[in-house]
Design a binder for this molecule. Structure first.
Ligand code: PGA
Length: 241
């Protein structure tokens, strides 16, 4: 893994935004995998700032987000779909027909997961996957467990993960759904290139174990050691020893 250290989340985000925009300039039809949560908020702010009206053309970019809460859809303000619309898609001009998203309100969640895998394949696969990491080492909603799912699936959230998402729900953890739909480990590992971002001291132990520890389902991000093109961008607080 290629580890890159930055003084703080803002410097990290500015650098990553420049990298993403350069990738789109080189390949206008780039297929991007995207995360939600607190960590990428400064990245999306930097992408908005660095995409002036005559700047990088996002109109051919395709996106696939990692996950969505079961029971929530585009019209729910707490959904990840609504978060992405607010933070990125509308401001930079992603074509709504190019947005790939899991529908947490789908009547048949298993069929929805299958549809998502097919949509990613039909787009030619994910070129660049941007990831965060949970303090427990999760990626997407692939939580530590004796076994992990390879493909997009219905996942149960651990209490710490629900707590980390409470801000989206007015700070009320009881309103955070306990299930989500998430890309699986193989869905993530099939991306051609992966960049994981981690900021804050709360992530340091997970980052360290991801990089130096054994590959284990109890720390799902450790599977990134198997991928040939992973960059880990950290601020000083999250920096591995
Ligand atoms: P966070 O979540 O950015 O809100 O810490 C990261 C993650 O859970 O992947």
């Amino acid at each position: 893994m290629n580890i890159q250290r930055f003084t703080d989340g803002r410097a990290l985000s500015q650098d990553l935004a420049r990298r993403i925009l350069a990738a789109i300039d080189r390949q206008p039809g780039l297929v991007l995998g995207l995360p939600t949560g607190r960590t990428p908020l400064p990245l999306y702010a930097a992408l908005r700032e660095q995409t002036p009206p005559a700047g990088t053309d996002w109109s051919a970019v395709r996106t696939f987000n990692l996950d969505e809460f079961v029971g929530l859809g585009a019209s729910d303000q707490e959904s990840y779909r609504a978060y992405m619309e607010r933070e990125l898609f509308a401001a930079v001009g992603v074509d709504p027909t190019h947005v790939g998203f899991l529908d947490g309100r789908a009547a048949d969640p298993d069929a929805e997961c299958g549809r998502y895998e097919e949509a990613i394949a039909a787009a030619g696969g994910i070129d660049l996957m941007i990831l965060g990491i949970g303090a427990n080492g999760h990626i997407g909603f692939n939580e530590p467990a004796p076994g992990l799912h390879a493909r997009t699936h219905r996942a149960r959230l651990q209490p710490g993960t629900r707590a980390a998402n409470a801000a989206l729900f007015g700070g009320d953890i009881s309103r955070v759904p306990d299930e989500a739909l998430s890309m699986g480990m193989a869905t993530i590992l099939r991306a051609r290139s992966v960049i994981l971002m981690a900021t804050g001291a709360g992530k340091a132990a997970a980052v360290d174990a991801m990089i130096r520890g054994p590959i284990t389902t109890m720390l799902p991000a450790s599977f990134l050691q198997l991928h040939p093109d992973v960059t880990v961008m950290v601020d000083l607080a999250a920096s591995p020893r």
